[in-house]
Design a protein around this ligand. Structure first.
Ligand code: GLU
Length: 457
């Protein structure tokens, strides 16, 4: 293990969204790339806005995405507890240190951090109170992504509110010191806090960690940062929809980072190998749900048969697809594998495969009207049924040969038999490869469906 220690420090005040997942991922990737330690710390000091439900969503989503933490809730570690709500005694010690060092003082019931520099009191019209202005030297931040940033902190600031609660800036810095964090990787929206943090690190006499502020994720359309309320922003939504978590990880990794070439689809081991903070862009990244859907499709397509079937079945079970009774295992497997190359995502499977599992499938009226209005489809179907009675059903190719032979004998083409027979056995004009579908359904099922269709036509 290297001495690099990073942390993901979410506040459980809302559902886990894409932006948080990306921050977690960049920390996790950096830890895995460097052989460092990935710490999960829960910043739950705001009792009013935190909830256990949100907390569980964070744990679930991280696990679902494969971002296992080395220290944190449920796992422990040498620097716990890992929930800020359980660390109050630690904060009291640190606050006392600041007071003893003359770097904090009490005023109006609150505790203030004292900046170094020439000071004077001034009345702030806007906030309608007296503040302590300080002529301080600029604070320098050497950000690994943004480069050198300077900012002047010119006012003492509150670190413990009059109700006794320490503020975010203080506990965030205390924990980074106490947990020996070496790299603070977080969203660029925190860059404006960083000068306060740097001054606190120095006041505690602690080494200032490396900072890496990662670019914002812009919403899909229009300007502005993506928020939890934007369409497609919640991670659990993708989990519910049967997205492949590896696809989401791959997609998130490219939001603000690039591997140095045009590659997009990469296994996570490869992302870990290539990931570095020097490859993180300064410019903002834009969320693109089509790109995510496309990435997901590519992952679905590439899954090995057993893996695909297991994930599809888990999705079916979760969504109670076979409430009326599960189909034969081998048949289900064949149907799933036949559909794999044709679907965009696991979530399409129930609708895409429904007619395989019931004799009560609907016939799409529009498709029927169109298909039945051209040529002599009833006759074609009768001819096809005749051939399928004795055709070899052992392979797609054998079925294709039988249909082609029939077509040639009638001076027609394969296409003359295709649409009508698909309509008869599935009720629609979309579906997997026709001969594969016949093979999987089997002779009996195909013939009885065609007969029923002909009787009603
Ligand atoms: N709790 C803060 C947040 O959720 C963490 C900030 C940080 O990473 O330092 O934004």
């Amino acid at each position: 293990m290297s001495s690099i220690r990073v942390r993901f420090a979410p506040s459980p005040t809302g559902f886990f969204h894409i932006g948080s997942a990306r921050t977690a991922l960049f920390n996790w990737l950096y830890a895995r790339h460097t052989g460092g330690t990935f710490v999960l710390r829960i910043e739950d000091t705001d009792k009013e806005r935190n909830s256990e439900e949100f907390l569980n969503v964070i744990y679930d989503s991280l696990k679902w995405l494969g971002m296992n933490w080395d220290e944190g809730p449920g796992i422990g570690g040498d620097y716990g507890p890992y929930r800020q709500s359980e660390r109050d005694p630690i904060y009291r010690e640190y606050i006392q240190k600041l007071i003893d060092a003359g770097r904090a003082y009490e005023k109006d019931g609150a505790i203030w951090f004292k900046l170094i520099g020439e000071r004077h009191e001034a009345y702030d019209d806007h906030r309608k109170k007296t503040v302590t202005k300080v002529k301080a030297a600029p604070t320098e931040i050497n950000d690994l992504i943004r480069g050198r940033v300077e900012r002047v902190e010119d006012e003492d600031f509150v670190i413990v509110r009059s109700d006794g609660n320490p503020v975010f800036h203080l506990v965030n810095v205390i924990d980074d010191i106490a947990m020996k964090i070496t790299h603070v990787i977080r969203g660029e929206d925190h860059l404006s806090n960083t000068s306060k943090h740097v001054e606190l690190f120095k006041a505690f006499g602690a080494p200032v960690p490396h900072f890496a502020h990662i670019p914002l994720i812009l919403k899909q359309n229009g300007p502005g940062k993506m928020s939890k309320r934007d369409q497609g922003a919640l991670v659990e939504e993708y989990q519910r929809r049967g997205y492949i978590p590896e696809a989401l990880v791959n997609f998130l990794s490219l939001l603000g980072w690039n591997p140095g070439d045009d590659r997009e689809k990469m296994p996570v081991e490869e992302i870990i190998r290539l990931f570095d903070l020097s490859g993180v862009n300064q410019s903002n990244a834009r969320f693109d749900d089509k790109k995510l859907a496309h990435m997901n499709m590519a992952y679905v397509l590439a899954l090995l048969a057993d893996d695909f079937v297991a994930r599809a079945k888990a999705y079916f079970t979760k969504h109670n697809v076979f409430a009326a009774g599960a189909p034969d295992e081998a048949y289900l497997r064949e149907v799933l594998l036949l559909s794999q190359p044709k679907i965009k995502g696991i979530e399409d499977l129930p609708a895409y495969t429904a007619y395989f599992f019931t004799e009560n499938y609907a016939i799409d009226a529009k498709v029927r009207d169109k298909v039945m209005s051209k040529g002599d489809p009833k006759t074609r179907l009768q001819e096809l049924a005749g051939v399928l009675k004795t055709a070899d059903f052992s392979s797609d190719l054998a079925i294709e040969e039988a249909i082609k032979t029939l077509a040639a004998a009638k001076g027609l083409g394969f296409g003359d038999y295709q649409a009508v027979s698909r309509l008869a056995v599935s009720g629609t004009n979309v579906g997997p490869n026709l001969t594969g579908m016949f093979r999987v359904m089997g002779r009996e099922r195909v013939l009885s469906r065609i007969e029923r269709f002909l009787a009603a036509a």
